[in-house]
Structure formats: structure tokens, C-alpha cells
Design a protein around this ligand. Structure first.
Ligand code: 4NP
Length: 169
């Protein structure tokens, strides 16, 4: 099968203001680090409609800035069925997001695109989801960022193996 020009990745959480925009930013940095920024295209969205049009949560933006990430601007949007065609990988952050996405999938091909973020957690990680930091404090946001960093690094490394090799000079 030919390699796609770009692997399109969609990170999904509930509100698209905390975890999935952070996952998108952190994955883009990991892709840059892995030398595959030109080979991937990332976006994020939420399963719920509560925060459509809003910028990411200011607590998450502060935690991202503190850990060295640059926010490029994002407005929350809700997952739509067209995303099953527009993306190669659809990555829910927790089990509830995963169930909601699976309920929207109409074919085995669509369902097969849904792979939880925990798939890329380190083997020693005891958590099985990216926890929702919304009702917690700053430590929860920083903890989510660190968990996303390890998962995004592993995801970028895996995608690197799926991309075509650069032309030899
Ligand atoms: P997110 O966090 O799904 O990581 O963006 C949340 C955002 C909003 C709400 C819950 C979680 N909320 O209940 O409004």
C-alpha cells in the first residue's frame, strides 16, 4: 500500500479546551523533534458542544507556557462524522471519549481509526487514560502535560516508521 503524503491525526477529548488541544501542541513539538513535521497534520476536537469557539482553558495555556510550549491559536470545535474521512488516526484521551466516538462510527474501517492515547503510554504507566484536569488544580494540568509528552513522543516515533523515507541526495 502506498504511504500517504501526510498522516492526519485527530486528538479528541470532551471539551477540546484542556487535553486535546494540549495533545495537539505537544504532538506537533514531538513531530518536529522526530523530524516528521512535514509528514503529519494534527488537529483536535471535543465530543461535546459545551465550549465550541472558545480558546483553550487558561490554566492549560499557563501550564503549557511554563513547560516551554508555544500556543499557536485554537478554537474549540466538536467532532463531526466527516472527521472519519478527514483523518487517518482518531485518538480519544479517555475511555468515555472512546465510547462516544465508537458510537458514531458506522463501518469497521471508521472504528479501526479510533485508537486511545493510552496505546502510546510507557509500559510503566499505571494510568489507562489521560485524566480530565478540568476540576482539579495546577498539578493535574502539569501531570497531563507530562503524560502527553511521553505518549506523543512514542506516537511520533511510530508514525516516523510509517512515512516514506526522504529522497536520497
Ligand atoms: P477537556 O476538559 O475534555 O480535556 O477539554 C474538559 C473541559 C470541559 C469540561 C470537562 C472537561 N466541562 O465539563 O465543561
Amino acid at each position: 500500500m502506498p504511504h500517504p503524503a501526510r498522516i492526519r491525526v485527530l486528538f479528541v477529548c470532551l471539551g477540546n479546551i484542556c487535553r486535546s488541544p494540549a495533545a495537539e501542541i505537544i504532538f506537533n513539538a514531538a513531530a518536529e523533534q522526530a523530524g516528521i513535521a512535514d509528514g503529519v497534520a494534527a488537529d483536535s476536537c471535543g465530543t461535546a458542544a459545551y465550549h465550541i469557539g472558545q480558546q483553550p482553558d487558561r490554566r492549560m495555556l499557563a501550564a503549557l507556557e511554563e513547560t516551554g510550549y508555544t500556543y499557536g491559536g485554537h478554537r474549540a470545535r466538536q467532532f463531526r462524522r466527516a472527521d472519519f474521512q478527514a483523518f487517518d488516526l482518531i485518538i480519544p484521551q479517555d475511555d468515555s471519549n472512546r465510547r462516544d466516538l465508537l458510537a458514531l462510527a458506522r463501518t469497521p474501517e471508521e472504528a479501526a481509526k479510533i485508537i486511545p492515547m493510552s496505546h502510546w503510554f510507557p509500559a510503566a504507566e499505571s494510568r489507562t487514560e489521560v485524566p480530565d484536569p478540568y476540576y482539579g488544580g495546577k498539578a493535574g494540568f502539569l501531570s497531563v502535560i507530562h503524560l502527553l509528552e511521553s505518549a506523543a513522543t512514542a506516537l511520533a516515533a511510530e508514525l516516523k516508521t510509517r512515512l516514506p523515507l526522504p529522497p536520497t541526495p
